[in-house]
Design a protein around this ligand. Structure first.
Ligand code: GLU
Length: 327
């Protein structure tokens, strides 16, 4: 029997109803979780580690690095064939992406969660857990980086986004669709992935902010972030990456102070790059040393910047990483 380590962190999959308030709260320990789905222990030899039992809104970036260390230790154990992480769905894509960036992964690593607790109608925890183990046991799941298994789909960490607040079909792989699907006949992968670049950080820089732009935005939030010692900025700009003219003084200051500014888009799909030359468009911002983040969402671009700043890299090197990204 194959051996799989399960690392639990919390989320709806480990929640239940509070009888007094009627709300859904953290309840199940890692062990309780396994007891909900006895079938799992027939599929593989499971070893359990409870990292936390938290709503995923409470996780922090340093905790993700700690989690990555746990996963790495597990992967280094010869007898372990793969790792499954259970997680709240709200920030699952961030954890998946950070793990994908920092782990040099050959064995399958899967992250899953649930949109319904075991005490709710249409509970999806059991199916997601069973299908996650099925995915880990499939030889084709090796060398694919971190995979998220949820609602009969397999998503590569680099493309994964939670697109719906609470639907069972909440996750999508932006730009390309799921890398695989799961049905009664088994697991079916649809495309191959180039290997992810790997970053080996000792620590990460937490002082990196995301600012979303809207019609009429000026640079006040940028100035405020710089006043508060922000070390890196990620902007959610318009479309291909255009910016309103009024934010240029803030960006000029960021350049002067050596604070890297990464551009992502408010649009969900597609890439950002320099195309438009109109006033307030990219012609005016060419001298600002902005870093374009390809098709990365702002939350993923932020995690990458946190890791790169944690390594004390120059802006030139940081820019190279974004260019090399397989996203
Ligand atoms: N807010 C919770 C979390 O992310 C529940 C969302 C979920 O797990 O579906 O942990």
């Amino acid at each position: 029997m194959k051996k799989i380590k399960i690392i639990t962190t919390g989320g709806t999959i480990a929640m239940g109803k509070d009888q007094q308030t009627g709300q859904i709260v953290p309840k199940l320990s890692g062990l309780d979780l396994l007891k909900q789905v006895p079938q799992l222990t027939k599929m593989a030899d499971l070893e359990l580690v409870q990292y936390a039992n938290l709503d995923s809104s409470q996780l922090t970036a340093p905790m993700l690095l700690e989690l990555a260390e746990l996963v790495e230790e597990a992967l280094l154990e010869e007898e372990i064939d793969g790792v499954l992480i259970t997680h709240g769905t709200d920030t699952l894509e961030e954890t998946a992406y950070l793990l994908d960036l920092v782990l040099d992964i050959k064995k399958p690593v899967v992250i899953t969660g649930a949109l319904r607790s075991f005490s709710q109608l249409n509970s999806d925890g059991a199916a997601n857990l069973v299908q996650s183990i099925q995915t880990i046991l499939n030889p084709q799941s090796k060398n694919k980086g971190v995979l998220a298994v949820i609602n009969e789909e397999i998503h590569a960490a680099r493309f994964l986004s939670k697109m719906h607040t609470n639907n069972l079909n909440a996750f999508s792989s932006l730009n390309c669709g799921p890398i695989g699907t799961i049905d009664h006949s088994g697991i079916h992968y649809s495309y191959d992935l180039p290997a992810q670049i790997t970053i080996h950080p000792e620590e990460l820089e937490e002082r990196v902010e995301i600012i979303k732009l809207a019609i009429g935005s000026d640079d006040r939030l940028i100035q405020a972030a710089l006043d508060y010692d922000c070390q890196g900025l990620v902007l959610e700009a318009f479309g291909l990456g255009t910016l309103p003219e009024k934010i240029i003084p803030g960006l000029t200051r960021a350049k002067k102070e050596g604070v890297p500014v990464v551009i992502t888009s408010r649009s969900y799909e597609g890439r950002v790059y320099n195309l438009y030359g109109a006033s307030g468009g990219n012609a005016d911002i060419r001298d600002l040393d902005l870093i374009f983040a390809g098709s990365l969402t702002s939350t993923k671009a932020r995690l990458l910047l946190m890791l790169l700043l944690g390594k004390n890299l120059s802006q030139t090197k940081i820019r190279e990483y974004y260019l090399k990204l397989k996203s």
